[in-house]
Design a protein around this ligand. Structure first.
Ligand code: IMP
Length: 432
């Protein structure tokens, strides 16, 4: 058996949570492979909104095993808040959630350093979610991080104090004292107290060697879905560096973040929105800094689910989408939030980039270009409401043309069209 993958093709917030939730009943195991509490996967069930940061989106389905993989980094305080929130809705994650014994921990001082580094970047800020992501992954690659499996070691506290001391020295060198910065409104000491109290909750979960667990499960014929967070254009290697997150958000991250070999990867579901959004700073060629951008933000409720920040909005970027499909080897394309465009008379689409005096079909390094802009065309809007209960052929003509235009430009069929937040607002073309 091969593991399937679902991941984002833009700058995150594509709506992966809804699709994982829809696909979940066909799988035995849902496994998150990277990222941490910077993610916010929103799922609406029965009119109620749930936001998951660390826990895989399969948690709402009884009988499905969920796993937090070694590529994920965990803040115990946020993990505890999330499990408590789920319990209030009648879901008891301890029954179905496994945690890798190699997942790295986000320490309170990682969060302090994140804030420090952002402050020192002045106008070059990345716009981090300030969840400690960059500093925690830095310590992982520097080989000084602490992992979930270390929690039960006798010398854990000593190692924790050593790492904390190192972090405080780094902060001091940047001219920042721990008293200068609050973490989610708490002083470092108060957050640290909550952090240690939360370890008990984390330790109540079963920890596993996830590579062994997943490969054995696949050998036994179990179906595994690997769930990504953020999106391809935020990948530490292939995104718009340095305005990226610190993990591999692309299909390669499945192998390093779960221990599933490339030869065992099956379908790759690539999720994108019918337009583009980005939170935080960095290049955004199709950004609309006008009333149309604001309209997309309002109609699409484009405000960050982790930080509440307004998302930057713009037209669909086909060169970036082509690139993301190529990097991930996408086999199934899923388009989200087409309903947000329902009432627009015209819809812009970027078909190529103009770089100096030539046109390019793909993103490329362009530091030296004096002209870099999105070459956009306008397509007619459908100005009506496609009905997800009807087959694709019965949808409004302009809607079908918009979908076909994208399919032709990226040379892939769009298998699923999402037309609203609820499970039943989805047009599954594979079933036609
Ligand atoms: P960090 O991962 O919190 O350090 O943030 C780095 C960049 O990635 C910032 O621009 C964030 O806004 C962005 N980012 C991180 N996580 C997400 C996400 O889940 N959705 C969208 N953007 C994200």
């Amino acid at each position: 058996m091969k593991a399937d993958v679902i991941l984002g093709l833009q700058w995150g917030d594509e709506g992966k949570g809804k699709i994982v939730d829809l696909l979940a009943p066909s799988y035995d195991i849902i496994a998150r492979f990277q990222g941490g509490p910077n993610a916010g996967h929103t799922i609406e069930i029965g009119g109620r909104k749930h936001i998951l940061h660390l826990i895989p989106s399969g948690i709402f389905h009884p009988g499905i095993q969920n796993l937090i993989g070694n590529g994920v980094i965990i803040d115990p305080v946020i993990f505890r808040q999330e499990t408590e929130g789920l319990k209030e809705t009648g879901i008891h994650p301890a029954e179905t959630l496994l945690i890798s014994d190699r997942a790295h921990l986000i320490l309170p001082t990682h969060r302090l350093l994140d804030a420090c580094y952002e402050q020192s970047k002045a106008e070059k800020k990345i716009g981090s979610t300030l969840k400690g992501i960059g500093p925690a992954y830095t310590d992982k690659t520097a080989r000084i991080g602490l992992r979930t499996g270390d929690l039960t070691d006798r010398d854990f506290r000593t190692r924790y104090e050593l790492l904390k001391k190192h972090h405080l020295q780094l902060a001091a060198a940047a001219g920042i004292s721990s008293n200068d910065i609050l973490i989610d409104g708490l002083s470092l000491d108060a957050y640290e107290k909550a952090w240690f109290e939360s370890l008990e909750v984390l330790l109540a979960f079963k920890m596993v060697d996830n590579a062994l667990f997943l490969n054995r499960s696949l050998e036994r014929g179990m179906k595994v879905l690997a769930e990504g967070a953020q999106g391809t254009l935020l990948d530490v290697d292939f995104g718009s560096y340095p305005y990226v997150t610190s993990s591999s958000t692309t299909a390669g991250g499945v192998s390093t973040g779960l221990g599933i070999p490339p030869s065992r990867i099956g379908e790759v579901y690539g999720v994108f929105k019918a337009y583009c959004t980005r939170v935080g700073n960095g290049p955004f060629p199709t950004e609309l800094n006008d009333e149309t951008g604001q309209l997309l933000r309002d109609l699409g409720h484009e405000y960050g689910s982790t930080t509440g920040r307004p998302r930057r909005c713009g037209w669909l970027d086909l060169p970036a989408l082509r690139y993301a499909i190529m990097i991930n080897g996408v086999s199934r394309l899923i388009m989200m939030k087409a309903d947000v465009l329902n009432h627009l008379p015209e819809i812009g689409v970027c078909t190529q980039y103009r770089i100096d005096d030539r046109l390019s079909d793909f993103p490329e390094a362009r530091e030296s270009a004096s002209v870099f802009e999105a070459a956009c065309i306008a397509l007619p809007g459908w100005q009506s409401e496609p009905d997800p209960a009807l087959p694709f052929d019965s949808q409004p003509d302009a809607f079908k043309s918009y979908v076909s235009f994208i399919e032709k430009a990226v040379d892939r069929k769009i298998s699923v069209l999402s037309l609203g937040a609820e499970r039943n607002q989805t047009l599954m073309r594979d079933r036609e």
